[in-house]
Design a binder for this molecule. Structure first.
Ligand code: UD1
Length: 354
């Protein structure tokens, strides 16, 4: 499936993060050479050390904040020296609640990082970007499964940065048709590397379901609050398309190879999901089975901005890239649990008090 040649030298912006670190392993195992750019604002150098261990390959690293104008010159210089064929862009802030409180910071960091990365790639003559977008770009009124042509309409500033970056990249491609762009719209990435060495290490109180469940299972938190059990779903709790982070990472390799194999520039929007939804309570039950731990929960009010149900139409990724998600909900829970159990404090960096 993987095409040889083409995009072999890849800049991975945000490569030390949860998804980025899994993408790095996948690309290194596909024989690619990487330059990671990360400021470690919400990630750890330890993750990259472990990426090197797992893959047995080296990675070049530029520690830089892509959104800081003072560092732009250094970024452009280093990227040019690396002679990339393209980039995977995962650099940005991603906490929904924080984005509501500090919208200008989200626009500055997420959009600013994109501008600098594009400028550096253009200067290096590498006009190929796979962007880490999100299903959060979809509006609330789409019927499931949601195809890429679904109505757009994020409900918070974080989601809008994802949509605006997609639009920026589409405009860039319209203005200079040499660019090859793929906006990957992730559904709900969960799980961890099967080795138990890489996983999600949220700072403070987790915002997302799986890290929260995992911290309850390991005894770091007492009770999971289930946000609403009166949705029009099979058990009343929210339904999401959870996708194993290793499947997601494979999707990036497939997207890069697909873009590299295209003769002309293009801009694509592609869902990465499994195509099926599980409810919050189904996820809790599966995690309980995988961990053999009790996961006490209580029903709490709905969380503002949540939709009842969303899952992907995942057929485009399959048609274009020959990619499909392979891992089950049980795999996601088993791998997430192994990571949490073996690394109860994540990568062990100093975190804000939780
Ligand atoms: C959230 C973000 C989305 C982001 C994505 C990244 C919101 C509204 N959306 O998606 O923008 O791209 O994370 O992965 O924050 N839940 C609980 N208790 C918890 C946490 C979550 O019951 O402690 C429920 C939620 O109500 C939801 C489901 O679990 O029904 C999944 O929540 P979460 O993991 O936060 O993902 P999303 O809300 O789908």
């Amino acid at each position: 499936m993987t095409r040889k040649g083409g995009a072999q030298r890849i800049v991975v912006a945000g490569g030390a993060g949860y998804i980025g670190s899994h993408v790095c392993v996948e690309l290194l195992q596909g024989g690619k050479s990487l330059l990671v750019i990360d400021d470690f604002s919400n990630s750890s150098p330890e993750a990259l050390k472990r990426v090197r261990e797992i893959s047995g390959a080296d990675i070049e690293l530029l520690r830089a904040d892509l959104a800081d104008p003072a560092q732009e010159g250094a970024v452009i210089e280093r990227v040019a020296k690396f002679r990339p064929d393209g980039a995977v862009h995962l650099a940005g802030l991603k906490a929904v609640g924080e984005s509501v409180a500090e919208p200008m910071r989200y626009y500055r960091v997420n959009l600013g990082a994109t501008l600098t990365l594009v400028k550096a790639l253009d200067a290096a003559g590498a006009r190929l970007v796979v962007f880490s977008s999100s299903a959060t770009v979809y509006g609330e009124r789409n019927a499931n499964p949601v195809p890429e042509t679904g109505a757009l309409g994020p409900t918070n500033p974080y989601g809008r940065t994802k949509l605006f970056i997609e639009e920026m990249l589409r405009d860039l491609q319209r203005a200079d048709e040499r660019w090859k762009i793929c906006n990957l719209r992730y559904f709900n990435p969960v799980g961890a590397h099967a080795s138990g060495r890489l996983g999600e290490d949220p700072a403070g109180v987790p915002n997302n379901l799986f890290p929260y469940i995992a911290q309850v299972a390991v005894g770091r938190r007492a009770t999971l609050a289930v946000f609403g059990n009166d949705y029009p779903t099979r058990d009343g709790t929210g339904v999401r398309d959870f996708i194993h982070v290793e499947d997601l990472a494979r999707g990036h390799g497939a997207a890069l190879d697909h873009l590299a194999g295209e003769k002309k520039g293009l801009a694509l929007d592609v869902n990465l999901g499994t195509g099926r939804g599980y409810s919050v309570l189904e996820a809790v039950a599966a995690f309980k089975r995988a961990s053999n731990r009790d996961i006490p929960y209580e029903i709490a009010p709905r969380r503002e901005g949540d939709v009842a149900e969303i899952f992907a139409d995942a057929s485009l990724a399959r048609a274009l890239f020959g990619w499909r998600a392979e891992k089950s909900l049980d795999d996601m829970c088993a791998d997430h649990w192994r990571w949490q159990r073996d690394n109860p404090d994540g990568y062990g960096r100093l975190k804000p008090q939780s």
